[in-house]
Design a protein around this ligand. Structure first.
Ligand code: UN1
Length: 509
């Protein structure tokens, strides 16, 4: 099956990982072996960019920007509309490839491509709504307004866990804004990136989009470092670990470039005594085990009111016993593998730390073995009773480890929810209006995303996506996140016959 998909997406045994849109460069960098955590098979090779390849891409992108910024935004939106159509046509194939290369369930693979289609639709409408404000001037015969202009090259560094959607949130907005994009995908999922490039090539060609608007530079950490340090790249949008984000941000900051960061989360759900526990269960379990706990929005902590702690944890344990772990392309399974053996080792190491720091397990973890788990990347989702203050609980472990803890009053629960370095997503399960509103108030959750009666993961593209503190502060996707991809210009126009100075200053010659 996978061979048909690879063929449909024009992925061959050996691929260049460097493209300026419709042209694939004869890349000369290191060869990356793409493999699948589903069955441990090698899939194909991808040749990464050398510094010279990278420079060639950036120069092509710079030249393309000079042209692309002159296209009317709705015309750029029309190109994005057609990209959305191409993604619809290829949804099944791309969804399957994402599932196979990354290991998320097929439903989630399709869901990820659906997010791409949704952001295309959103960006098409937005291409006619890049609004600025008008102001009243303090001077007679003057008019003031602001406009938003394209910025230049947007560098996009994306992570393995959402190998295609996060790129599209950035690229589709950047394009309608008039920017050009250079994408450095995760070296753990390069084929999904190549497939995207292949899918949209015909649209670029038939619309005569300048070569260099949609570029791909596959590579490792060093490639990201080139981008972060490159003054030709005014905006670097990076998704990944807090450690990576700090490194990117300090280099981009040192040159006073713009960094848009979407980093780690340590997302909690508060289960109050007034929660609908059966409904809460679905949100908690999907949030914790979906994508095998490898979403930045994955639910990592449950803060449960002491009066429902016993009954809710009982439900949780029962639900975990029913989880089917296995090949994510088989829709009967709930949980697929972790991305690679390094991730498995981090998971095991975290379990040891939980024990050493005083935690006890309600559901034990462990690595699965046997024919169905030959890749060595399948692990058991587990649940540990802990204290919020444990060092391991304060840390984001990208694996299906769920922490449970008790609280007594809501202020205490909110304080626990906020008392971690990260600030991405949060939720409360309650049917009590006072509790819900307190949680959403300025004295409530300190996260970029705060939900009531749904879980922490699975945000819709229409809202701004991102978070505070170590999550990095950036906002991608919906609402007015587009403003990060443009530069604001304030314009004052004097149509009077004199030149009065602002602030009443007199200056006569
Ligand atoms: C991520 O894990 O980097 O809200 C993105 C969600 C998805 C996006 C997650 N829409 O879970």
């Amino acid at each position: 099956m996978i061979n048909d998909i690879l063929q449909q997406l024009h992925i061959t045994a050996a691929n260049s990982g460097v493209s300026t849109g419709t042209i694939w460069l004869d890349a000369k960098g290191p060869v990356i072996q793409a493999s699948s955590p589903v069955d441990g098979q090698d899939i194909a090779t991808v040749t990464a960019a050398t510094r010279a390849d990278y420079d060639q891409v950036i120069e092509t992108a710079q030249a393309a920007f000079k042209e692309w910024r002159l296209w009317p935004a709705p015309r750029r939106g029309e190109v994005v509309r057609q990209i959305g159509e191409a993604l619809r046509t290829n949804k099944e194939a791309l969804g399957k490839l994402v599932s196979y290369e990354m290991g998320k369930s097929l439903q989630e693979g399709y869901g990820e491509v659906q997010e791409m289609i949704d952001i295309c639709d959103f960006a098409v409408g937005l291409s006619r709504q890049l609004h600025g404000l008008t102001m009243h001037s303090e001077r007679p015969g003057h008019r003031m307004y602001e406009q938003w202009h394209p910025l230049g090259i947007t560098g996009i560094i994306s992570a393995f866990n959402f190998p295609v959607a996060v790129w599209s949130w950035n690229a589709m907005l950047a394009w309608i804004c008039g920017d050009v994009c250079v994408w450095k995908p995760s070296e753990k999922t390069p084929l999904s990136a190549i497939a995207c490039q292949q899918i949209i090539q015909d649209v670029l060609r038939s619309n005569k989009v300048p070569e260099g608007v949609c570029c791909l530079v596959t590579g490792g950490r060093e490639t990201g470092e080139w981008m972060a340090a490159d003054t030709r790249v005014p905006l670097v949008s990076a998704t990944g670990s807090t450690r990576m984000g700090k490194a990117v941000s300090s280099v981009v900051g040192a040159r006073l470039g713009r960094a848009l960061l979407e980093l780690g989360g340590n997302n909690a759900i508060i289960i109050t005594a007034d929660a609908d526990l059966d409904m809460a269960l679905i949100g908690c379990v999907f949030g914790a085990v979906g994508t095998a706990g490898q979403r930045c929005t994955s639910t990592r902590r449950l803060i449960i009111h002491e009066s429902v702690y016993a009954s809710f944890t009982q439900k949780l344990v029962k639900a975990y016993q029913q989880l089917r772990i296995g090949n994510p392309l088989d829709e009967n399974n709930h949980v697929g593998p972790l991305i690679d053996k390094d991730a498995v080792n981090l998971y095991l190491d975290s379990i040891e730390k939980i024990k050493a720091q005083g935690g006890s397990f309600l559901v034990e973890g462990g690595v699965l073995s046997g024919d169905a788990y030959a890749s060595g990347c399948y692990v058991k989702p587990c649940i540990a009773a802990v204290e919020n203050t444990y060092a391991i609980v304060q840390h984001e472990t990208f694996a299906p480890i769920l922490y449970v803890m008790k609280y007594n009053n809501l202020d205490e629960a909110i304080a626990m929810q906020n008392d971690v370095p990260q600030g991405l997503s949060s939720a409360i399960m309650t049917l009590n209006l006072r509790e819900a509103e307190l949680f959403l108030s300025q004295a409530g959750s300190d996260c970029g995303i705060a939900n009531v009666n749904i879980g922490t993961s699975g945000a819709e593209i229409g809202g701004a996506f991102g978070g505070e503190k170590e999550t990095g502060g950036g906002r991608e996707s919906g609402s007015d996140a587009w403003k990060s991809y443009m530069r604001r210009q304030t314009n004052t126009i004097n149509y009077s016959t004199s030149l009065p100075l602002a602030q009443g200053i007199k200056f006569d010659l």
